[in-house]
Design a binder for this molecule. Structure first.
Ligand SMILES: *Cc1c(COP(=O)(O)O)cnc(C)c1O
Length: 493
């Protein structure tokens, strides 16, 4: 890590007059330059670094290594399924045969439409739904699309007065946001101390103005909602529909299906569970599935199969177009390859291992970190900071916080887990290892987390001032996102 290129600007390597290239002689007659309008001519010299080629190569190669990703280290990002995406899926998604023009006529795009259709079918089977659309671009876009389907369904039934969406207080922030963007009113449903939905509170909100109940299961605390059948019955009895946030479908894969639990509409994040690298707002896909009877309301076009082959359907009940052409096709190809390479017989292993790995870490760390909700978790779980005997006593002003632990992890080469979410706990630290990590990696992580707890007890200041080995120390978390420095100019003032 500590070589002379680390954390430097390319300008710091600049030496006047040094070049890494040679250009052919300028053979253009002088009149060419004369024809440029005066105001377009450069008035002063350029400010460019002057270096040799090898310095440039080393500079950028070293800079690329400053970036942390799942390819460089463990990334236990609870609530976000940041798992390894097999490289073969990347290669296949880049095949020239699969990168066709979006306006290729249907007859000439049968192969790609086949991939699209078969992915719809496989997702339907995994989720227990009747049909999927792959049109939405991301999870939040899927939520919006799913809620639009629900609205359309109620309007179709002459039931347009249903304007409320019930959302548990443990939900991912996109749930209430999507409901609001869809023009619906958000009503919060309370959680019980064990993190699951408070059914008695839910009952007080049910009525003829409710359009849907949105749920995440396992919820964002990693807890399986055991009372789903009862909740589904209550919601359906009042005429509303059940929406399932399946952004993190990992623990469910091949084990249980939202459709069987009584959900009517749902979305999946292909860029979390089905092999597309994500983060930084990169391309995503948030397919939406519906149970039987709701297919016609899906956005158009729908990819269908008939005796003539694959085709596009623009049904008249459809809520219309929500994306350009058929959306992010390369993301869909990756999911298709991932599903086929695992195969029906191996998919359940992914679900079970993701649950086993999370429970293994939880059990081995709960003597060091506060575990507010004990018992079996699914793919992720939440600690509420360090235990009091390890410097985590909230009543002590100088206690070691979750932020301190997260920063110290960087010194050991691990990405921090999700912190301060969900909002139910002051010092939330949410861990999701995923199924792709080996036991050795999990053991290393556990060892480091235990070591940090001991450091927090014995060398408190050192942990409170971490990280110590990264190119930059503690950043302003808000400004780092809102005012990122993309060019050298930011460093010039
Ligand atoms: C990530 C996530 C979403 C939102 O997905 P985006 O693709 O980021 O829009 C919604 N719900 C849950 C539970 C999530 O983890």
């Amino acid at each position: 890590m500590n070589n002379k290129y680390y954390g430097k600007l390319i300008f710091e390597h600049s030496r006047q007059g040094r070049v890494g290239y040679s250009l052919p002689e300028n053979n253009y007659p002088a009149e060419c330059a004369m024809q440029l309008p005066e105001e377009q001519k450069r008035q002063s010299g350029t400010l460019l670094p002057e270096t040799d080629e090898l310095t440039v190569v080393r500079h950028y190669t070293n800079m690329s290594n400053n970036n942390f990703g799942v390819d460089t280290g463990f990334y236990p990002l609870g609530s976000c399924t940041m798992k390894y995406n097999p490289k073969i899926n990347e290669e296949l998604a880049q095949l020239p045969e699969l990168n066709i023009h979006p306006q290729t006529p249907v007859d000439a795009a049968q192969g790609c439409l086949g991939i699209y259709y078969q992915t719809q079918q496989m997702l339907s089977e995994i989720a227990g739904m009747s049909e999927f659309t792959l049109n939405p671009y991301a999870g939040a876009h899927g939520e919006l699309t799913g809620l639009m389907v629900i609205r359309r369904y109620h309007e179709h039934n002459g039931d347009g007065a249903r304007v409320k969406v019930l959302v548990p207080d443990s939900a991912h922030g996109t749930n209430p946001a999507s409901a609001a963007v869809c023009g619906l009113q958000v009503v919060q449903v309370k959680s019980l101390p064990d993190g699951t939905v408070d059914v008695d509170d839910l009952k007080t909100h049910l009525g003829p103005d409710v359009a849907a109940m949105m749920m995440t299961n396992p919820n964002t605390l990693g807890i399986f909602e055991r009372r789903i059948p009862e909740i589904a019955r209550l919601v359906h009895e009042c005429g509303a529909l059940m929406y399932y946030d399946g952004a993190n479908l990992n623990p469910m894969l091949g084990v249980c299906r939202p459709g069987d639990m009584g959900f009517d509409v749902m979305h999946i994040n292909l860029h979390k569970t089905f092999s597309t690298p994500h983060g930084g707002g990169g391309p995503g896909s948030g397919p939406v599935g519906v149970r039987k009877g709701l297919e016609d309301f899906l956005p158009s076009p729908r990819v269908i199969k008939s005796e003539y082959g694959y085709g596009l359907d623009y049904g008249k009940e459809s809520l219309g177009s929500i994306s350009y052409h058929l959306s992010n096709f390369a993301v869909i190809t990756r999911a298709y390859c991932y599903l086929l390479s695992l195969g029906k017989e191996n998919i359940p292993m992914a679900g079970k291992l993701s649950v086993l790995n999370a429970n293994y870490i939880k059990e081995r760390l709960k003597d060091y970190y506060q575990l507010p909700i004990d018992g079996l978790c699914k793919h992720e779980f939440v600690f509420d900071g360090l235990r009091a005997e390890y410097g985590g006593d909230h009543h002590d002003d100088g206690h070691v916080t979750t932020l301190d632990v997260a920063k110290r992890l960087l010194d050991y080469g691990f990405h921090a887990p999700t912190i301060y979410f969900p909002l139910l706990f002051h010092e939330a630290l949410m861990i999701e290892p995923t199924e792709t990590e080996s036991k050795d990696t999990l053991d290393e992580f556990i060892g480091v987390m235990q070591k940090i707890a001991v450091e927090a007890r014995d060398e408190r200041e050192m942990v409170r001032t971490a990280p110590h080995t990264t190119p930059v120390r503690r950043l302003d978390d808000v400004k780092a996102v809102k005012e990122p420095h993309f060019t050298f100019k930011a460093f010039q003032s």
